[in-house]
Design a protein around this ligand. Sequence first.
Ligand code: ADP
Ligand code: MG
Length: 217
Amino acid sequence: MALLNEIDAKQLLHDAGVPVTQTVLATDLAEAKRQADSVGYPVVLKIVSPDITHKSDVGGVKVGLEDESQVAAAYEEILTNARNAEPDAEITGVAVQHMAPSGTEIIVGMTTDPQFGPVIMFGLGGIMVEVLKDVTFRVVPLEERDAEQMIDEIKGKAILDGVRGQPPADKAAIRDAILSVSKFVEANPAVKELDLNPMMVYPDGAIAVDARIVTAD
Ligand code: ADP
Ligand code: MG
């Protein structure tokens, strides 16, 4: 099994029609600053390593960077944190990406079931999935109706409808992302696992800010 890094995973997903934040690799600070300018502030910096799956757990994610000096500080801090937490990890570099406005966080994922093959997962992000396990599954390939049912059957669906004065989330954008992931994994049988965790959803549109793909060797 091979883990594609966030940059490569986002590139493939982008090509498959899934909206993702523009993300590029920097291998030194000068490059990180140039790329921050080109993707546009505010930016997010993250560790890129084949040996680190949960980037925030090692202090490898810095969000809301507004200028060059914040980029410089975050760049050094991320490398130091990663080396302290995982001294043996191979470090590819630092991903520089545009910071998406905050929205309702959802997760779209895919795992390979020994019996059913590729299965798509959908749920709300954060504690909704980690603590409450409020997720739903469908076997690939999915049709429009399947994706719509998934969005409708999670317990937290009221959150997508808009609560306490929050505007509703764009369910068509969620449906399209689910269907694009289904098509992508159907067309690429080497893909064994995939996670968009999270995707930000807005009243109009949605965008994946983190992506992970595991392929067969
Ligand atoms: P991890 O490997 O820990 O899952 P993520 O890439 O998901 O790292 O980043 C952690 C959190 O930071 C995300 O859940 C999201 O809330 C926020 N985040 C990450 N990237 C972005 C981005 N480009 N724009 C906005 N928020 C982001
Ligand atoms: Mg994540």
